[in-house]
Every structure is written in structure tokens, then in C-alpha cells.
Design a protein around this ligand. Structure first.
Ligand SMILES: Cc1cc2nc3c(=O)[nH]c(=O)nc-3n(C[C@H](O)[C@H](O)[C@H](O)COP(=O)(O)O)c2cc1C
Length: 221
């Protein structure tokens, strides 16, 4: 019993030390896909602000979406759907973002309006993951929404495993009814994520990670 506890403590400490060494030294290769564990330990998002092409090919997009839907899903309800924004569609929907932003913030100037219009053109592909969660006899809405979050993250991992950079955003367009309508999203639906997929134009930088020990308690200890 004591032995088992000791072994677990040592293992936890080793993982913590490895992660801290990576953080302080800045030497780790982020999104190291050499092994599954290496990737999970070094996974890092890019910033949509500094993203460029190329984006995934149609067959890679299909692969990414098929991996995304392997997310856990209580009740097998598939309470989510996808909307892809590629090519000219990105700027087209951006025109509604511009006009809506102007209504919401009449004090803002051309730079701000242009930024909103170009939100989706920052990456070659933006995938809206839409939560279609609805009241169900057995599965709480919250669990259906969490499944949509799991889909978002699995989509990120899939795209990163294929060598792309990603960022999960929501931004104001996820919560504004006019912007949602422009994207083809119903008022009753929620935007779980806008997943930007492309290549980072700048080197990725890690950020300090939460202290797992401070977040963890041992029940009964
Ligand atoms: C639901 C959700 C919404 C998010 N929305 C935004 C957003 O609108 N803008 C943003 O800069 N980051 C947003 N983020 C954070 C990024 O996805 C990401 O966590 C951040 O860039 C740090 O990257 P890292 O988690 O890989 O370290 C969101 C994350 C989640 C889970």
C-alpha cells in the first residue's frame, strides 16, 4: 500500500518536474508529434491574429471532422454540427460582422470595422462547432454542451496531429444573434467554438501552466 503510494508520488513528481523544466527553459518543442504522449505534453494553440496558409485539403478536412466526432457523447445524441468557412465565404460573412459591429459600436473607426470584417480571413479555415443541445429525457443539456466542447478539442488535436496550427475562439460573434444568423446558426443553438486552422506565421510561445498540485486534493486525507 505504502509502496504503491510512494510510486505514484514519484511518478507525479517526475511529470511535474518535466513540465516545469520545459516551461522555465523554453527548450521544449511545442506540438511535438513524435509520440502521442509527447504531443499531449507539448500541445499549444497558435493565435488567430498571426495565422496564415496553407489550410487543410478537402481530404484532410474530412479526416479532421471524422476524428472530431469521436469525442465522448453521453447517449450518442451527436448534439453538435459544423459550419465551414473557407475562401470567399470568410470575407462575405465578415461584411455582416462589420455592419453589426458598426451598429453595436458607432464610436469605432475604420480600423476596428476592418478588423471585425476580417475576423475569419485570418485563417484559411474556420470551423464553427455548433452545439444543438436540447432538453432530453435522460441526458442533461449541460452534458450535451460538454460533448460539444470535447468535439472542439478533439478537432484541435486532429488538426495539430496533421501539422496545422489551431486556435479555439468564440469572440463576440458567438453571442450576438445577428452575427449568429449570418453564420447560419439558430438562436436556440450555441457556438461551442470557432476553430481557426492554418499555419502560425510566428513561433509559438508556451504559457505558464496551472499548478496541478494546488488544484488537487486527496479525499479523506
Ligand atoms: C470556449 C473557449 C473560448 C475561447 N475563446 C477565445 C477567444 O475568443 N479569443 C481568444 O483569444 N482565446 C480564446 N480561447 C482561448 C484559446 O483557445 C487558447 O486556450 C489560448 O489561445 C491559449 O492557448 P493554449 O491553451 O494552447 O495555451 C477560448 C478557449 C475556450 C475553451
Amino acid at each position: 500500500m505504502l509502496n504503491e503510494w510512494l510510486m505514484r508520488s514519484i511518478a507525479l513528481e517526475t511529470i511535474e518536474t518535466t513540465i516545469r523544466a520545459g516551461q522555465s527553459g523554453g527548450m521544449i518543442q511545442l506540438n511535438d508529434t513524435s509520440t502521442l504522449l509527447a504531443f499531449l505534453k507539448t500541445r499549444k494553440s497558435a493565435s488567430a491574429k498571426a495565422m496564415t496558409g496553407p489550410g487543410p485539403t478537402p481530404s484532410q478536412i474530412s479526416e479532421i471532422l471524422n476524428i472530431a466526432v469521436r469525442a465522448p457523447d453521453h447517449g450518442k445524441l451527436s448534439p453538435w454540427r459544423f459550419i465551414l468557412f473557407e475562401g470567399a465565404a470568410r470575407a462575405k460573412v465578415g461584411e455582416t460582422f462589420r455592419s453589426r459591429w458598426q451598429v453595436l459600436h458607432p464610436e469605432h473607426g475604420a480600423d476596428s470595422l476592418n478588423f471585425q470584417a476580417g475576423l475569419f480571413t485570418r485563417a484559411p479555415l474556420v470551423v464553427a462547432v455548433v452545439s444543438t443541445a436540447a432538453q432530453h429525457a435522460k441526458i442533461p443539456v449541460w452534458e450535451q454542451q460538454m460533448s460539444a466542447a470535447a468535439v472542439c478539442f478533439n478537432m484541435e488535436l486532429a488538426a495539430q496531429a496533421l501539422g496545422f496550427d489551431v486556435q479555439w475562439q468564440t469572440d463576440w460573434v458567438a453571442y450576438d444573434d445577428v452575427a449568429k444568423a449570418a453564420m447560419g446558426i439558430k438562436i436556440a443553438e450555441q457556438v461551442a467554438g470557432l476553430i481557426y486552422i492554418g499555419k502560425s506565421a510566428v513561433p509559438l510561445e508556451d504559457r505558464p501552466r496551472p499548478d496541478v498540485a494546488a488544484l488537487t486534493t486527496h479525499w479523506g486525507a
